[in-house]
Write a new protein. Structure first.
Length: 158
């Protein structure tokens, strides 16, 4: 019997003005990208709080994709630079948790780049699929605060 291929669940946070419209254009143009991605529209990528990504991963997502306007083209002036800083902080945080930082991707796409966004999303899904399922429960406690090893030690000590 053939072994079933792992299909990751990916949450995508998209900028309302550029990348969400690019995803819409990709759909209207019939550009194909994997159905593994669930898009959530934000007014701006600068609104993307790293906690959103952490919650998505804790809730069962295998990866997170953040998309926004190209640097210098943000409708809210410099908020995509804020998104970039938060993205880099998030990747460092994941690495400290022992989780591959490659599970989080940042993609810049204008509203006219539907085909390019579809290609980038497909590439991101393949890379996350190659990483395999995320074992977040092995790294962080259900309350999201303490590593399980520390929680177990506290239970044993009590």
């Amino acid at each position: 019997m053939a072994e079933k291929q792992f299909e990751p669940l990916i949450i995508g946070f998209t900028c309302n003005w550029c990348s969400y419209r690019a995803a819409d254009l990709a759909g209207m143009s019939r550009a194909k990208y994997p159905p593994n991605i669930r898009l959530i529209r934000l007014m701006c990528s600068g609104r993307m709080d790293p906690e959103f990504a952490l919650k998505a991963l804790r809730s069962g997502a295998d990866g997170v994709i953040i998309t926004g306007c190209h640097p210098g083209e943000c409708h809210y002036l410099e908020q995509n630079y804020k998104a970039l800083r938060r993205y880099l902080l998030l990747r460092r945080t994941l690495k400290q948790f022992g989780i591959e930082p490659e599970r989080v991707r940042l993609i810049w796409a204008s509203a006219a780049e539907g085909a390019r966004l579809a290609q980038e999303l497909t590439k991101a899904v393949e890379e996350i699929r190659a990483l395999g399922p995320l074992s977040w429960h092995n790294v962080v406690a259900a309350d999201g605060d303490r590593p399980l090893e520390l929680q177990h030690l506290e239970e044993v000590a009590a």
